[in-house]
Design a protein around this ligand. Structure first.
Ligand code: GUN
Ligand code: ZN
Length: 439
């Protein structure tokens, strides 16, 4: 037998941090996390067997267990990116426009090319490499309108064993002809994709009306019908991102109380519904999001880059809304969840709101997993979870090494890591216990 089939247990030694619950606003919320300065993460058959202090765990590992020494590095559950567009990889950092013009000028032309499965497949491979080099192990991903763009993405993710959620965009108006489906073709293509991919290995499907402005009422109603047929499938869209967009949606749907109400009346606001941005909501919207168990994806780099607005984290918390963190590449400007957390901190600062490194790292791991209702599978090192994790090097740059050497508490070290961190700080990424990236 090969070593892989005989040695099924691997122990990773290093600093270990994961979350047990939401740390909230507390600066050092002991009890919300487990931290081991010299810890061991034991992985058996791709799942977490246990975590514990090295002095307790190492002595009782089964004979022959491989011990991977990452002392000096920080082991954290893999990052969960709650909203990202793989076809927009090539338009990241496109100059000068706000949302609606940016879509017309850069985004829609780039998405046209995904009618070609070869282009889609090659871009999916690059995109998944980029996620891995940034420590992201799960993402909620938009394809283009073309079903083949989603086939290509899922095939690439499946070959890597990754837990990915994706869907084809539904868009039957207010977009170029070359990106347009119909209410019926969108329904049929989405249904076929669900049957082909949802629950296939670690892959999950998301019904993906692009945004209210690019779907007719008939299309949203068909999407809602599909969501009712498949309650464990995700719903994924954009919501209240930009003021001109919100005004346009008000014109297109005069009967709706609000932008969210368009989705609610179409049967699209329910558990496993994820709405990117949620910047221009009112209290009634927030209460409905919370009541229905929908997740808001906070996309700080995108909201700043496109000049869209500032996410109100405190209002979301007060309403009891679930919040996850997302890069929103290509409106967002980085694949790095660490850089995204640093921008989230600055957005919160502009509103006079606290965002500790504990809370931020929680949102980027267990918080996102919870919002997606995947916390029984990913997001922490609780026993039985799929062993997706990242090995971070807190001293990856001379400046970070110098700053972190001066930190007097875990809170301070993590904060410096979050503010200074990027892809250079990701030493390795593991997917179901297998290394998917090494720097
Ligand atoms: N709203 C509708 N489509 C998009 C998109 O591709 N990116 C962003 N940021 N917002 C959108
Ligand atoms: Zn987006």
């Amino acid at each position: 037998m090969t070593p892989e089939t005989t040695v099924r247990t691997t122990a990773f030694r290093g600093e270990v941090l994961h979350f047990l619950r939401d740390p909230g606003d507390a600066a050092d919320p002991a009890g919300a996390y487990e931290y081991l300065e010299d810890g061991v993460l034991v992985v058996r058959d791709g799942r977490v067997a246990e975590v514990g202090p090295a002095r307790d765990v190492l002595g009782r590992l089964p004979a022959g267990t491989q011990v991977v020494d990452r002392s000096g590095k920080l082991l954290l559950p893999g990052f969960v990116d709650c909203h990202i567009h793989y076809p927009q990889t090539d338009v990241i950092a496109s100059y000068g426009e706000q949302l609606l013009e940016w879509l017309e000028k850069y985004t829609y032309p780039a998405e046209r090319a995904f009618a070609d499965p070869a282009h889609a497949g090659a871009t999916a491979e690059f995109f998944l490499d980029e996620l891995a080099r940034n420590g992201t192990t799960t993402a909620l991903v938009l394809g283009t309108v073309h079903p083949q763009s989603v086939d290509a993405f899922f095939a690439a993710a499946r070959a890597r064993g990754m837990r990915m959620i994706a869907g084809k965009c539904l868009m039957d108006r207010n977009c170029p002809d070359f990106l347009r489906d119909t209410a019926e073709s969108g329904y049929g293509d989405s249904r076929a994709l669900i049957e082909r991919w949802h629950g296939c290995d670690r892959l999950l499907y998301a019904i993906t009306p692009r945004f209210a402005a690019s779907s007719t009422e008939a299309q949203l109603a068909r999407a809602g019908a599909l969501a009712a047929e498949f309650p464990d499938v995700f719903v994924h869209s954009h919501l209240a991102e930009n003021r001109a967009e919100v005004a346009w949606v008000r014109q297109l749907f005069p009967w709706a109380r609000s932008y969210l109400d368009v989705y609610a009346r179409s049967g699209l606001v329910r558990p496993r519904s994820v709405f990117a941005h949620c910047l221009h909501l009112d209290e009634e919207d927030r209460a409905l999001m919370a009541e229905r168990g929908a997740l808001a994806a906070f996309c700080p780099t995108s909201n700043l880059f496109l000049g869209s607005g500032l996410f109100d984290l405190r209002a979301a918390d007060r309403a009891g809304m679930a919040v996850g963190i997302a890069t929103d590449v290509g409106g967002g400007t980085s694949f790095s969840m660490l850089r995204t957390l640093a921008e989230a901190y600055k957005v919160a600062q502009l509103a006079g709101q606290p965002l500790s490194a504990f809370r931020a790292l929680y949102l980027a791991t267990l918080g996102g997993a919870r919002g997606l209702r995947l916390d029984d599978r990913i997001g922490s090192f609780a026993p039985g979870r799929e062993a997706d994790f990242v090995v971070l090097d807190p001293a990856a740059t001379p400046l970070a090494a110098r700053r972190i050497a001066r930190a007097r508490s875990l809170a301070e070290r993590l904060f410096a890591l979050m503010m200074l961190g990027d892809d250079r700080f990701v030493a390795e990424t593991y997917v179901v216990g297998r290394r998917a990236f090494r720097r």
